[in-house]
Design a protein around this ligand. Structure first.
Ligand code: 5GP
Ligand code: MN
Length: 328
């Protein structure tokens, strides 16, 4: 954290990046850190390849997150909630940015590879025991003696709240609750964050959930509960991909399944898979995600594959068989 502080203090033009399909932790950590660094005289730009879902638009100054990178040269790039440039959706950063001096990574996903393996002048703080990247940002701000404004508190509390599933997942720990308590003292309200993110559905979205729930199948071999949503389903009901946020967690409430999977067809002919499980089920879904080119946490992970839903289902079936074979 001290070395991270040095990197930041010796930089003035800073670019903050996060992963594609940004979730509450990605958006909240990015905005919280951007507000803190801007308050402290830094020139900060934020980039997200994919649009920020509308249920995060209540966050302060969310419009500073752009889907273009305005400058060619940065003193420091900060990568949040992921450890590789590839996860930002930017295949080759050098094609977009001519030069940057330093790289700082804050992430809480299990470390497989990190950009520090290939970039000089890089520091990575990767702690998969931390509930969220927002907590790592909070620790960094503490280390830097930066005071937490209500805006910063709202952003970081959103990160913790969403990555702990509303303080319900097994990653909810004293550290996260202590940070949340401090954010509340700064004026942040959990019920307001919760209402904005979770109680925002329209009728069409609920109908789409109903359709996906009515399609759930369980697979006796693997213990998987699986459903899917196609582009046509979304078009027919006038809904968007972001209306599906949280649905896989509902599928995951089936107690006699081992893990759950929701497949979503995106408009660029890719299939996004979201995997969830629970500690007591004894499954590490990140193994499945990794075997399909994705990644994530033991109990919440994801992947993306090209092809139709039918073709993806076949690839997934093969991947699961392979994992089963290895376990024997
Ligand atoms: P979700 O299912 O909510 O999109 O993602 C669950 C978790 O898995 C998040 O921590 C997310 O960052 C991670 N994840 C989702 N998709 C991918 C992917 O394609 N690659 C990697 N490495 N991680 C992913
Ligand atoms: Mn996260």
């Amino acid at each position: 954290m001290r070395r991270a502080q040095d990197l930041i203090e010796s930089s003035s033009r800073i670019l903050i990046l996060t992963h594609k399909n940004p979730d509450g932790d990605a958006v909240g950590s990015m905005l919280g850190l951007a507000h803190a660094l801007t308050d402290n005289g830094k020139n900060v730009q934020c980039f997200s390849k994919d649009a920020v879902p509308s249920y995060f638009h209540f966050l302060p100054e969310v419009s500073i997150i752009k889907n273009q990178i305005p400058w060619k040269k940065y003193d420091l790039i900060i990568l949040l909630d992921c450890a590789l440039f590839k996860r930002t959706g930017i295949e080759d950063i050098n094609e977009i940015i001519a030069d940057y001096d330093k790289l700082l990574i804050l992430d809480h996903h299990p470390k497989t590879e990190t950009q520090c393996d290939t970039v000089r002048n890089c520091i990575d703080i990767i702690d998969c025991k931390t509930s969220s990247t927002a907590v790592l940002v909070y620790n960094l701000l503490k280390e830097m003696d930066i005071s937490i404004s209500k805006n910063i508190a709202n952003c970081l509390l959103t990160g913790i709240f969403t990555d702990t599933g509303g303080f319900q997942h097994n990653n909810t720990d004293p550290q996260s609750l202590q940070a949340a308590a401090e954010f509340m003292k700064k004026g942040s309200r959990i019920e307001k964050i919760s209402k904005n993110i979770f109680s925002n559905k329209n009728m069409a979205a609920i109908r789409l959930w109903g359709l996906a729930l009515s399609r759930i199948r369980s697979d006796d071999h693997t213990g998987m509960a699986v459903s899917y949503v196609s582009q046509k389903d979304m078009e027919d009901l006038g809904t968007k991909e972001e209306d599906l946020a949280g649905l896989v967690n509902v599928i995951n409430t089936i107690s006699d399944s081992k893990f759950s999977l929701l497949l979503t067809e995106s408009n660029d002919h890719k299939i996004k898979g979201s995997l969830r499980s629970e500690e007591y089920k004894g499954i590490d879904v990140s193994r499945i995600a990794r075997s399909l080119g994705g990644g994530g946490h033991k109990l919440a992970s994801g992947f993306e594959i090209s092809g139709s839903i039918k073709e993806s289902a076949e690839k997934i079936r093969k991947a699961l068989l392979e994992i089963k074979k290895c376990d024997k």
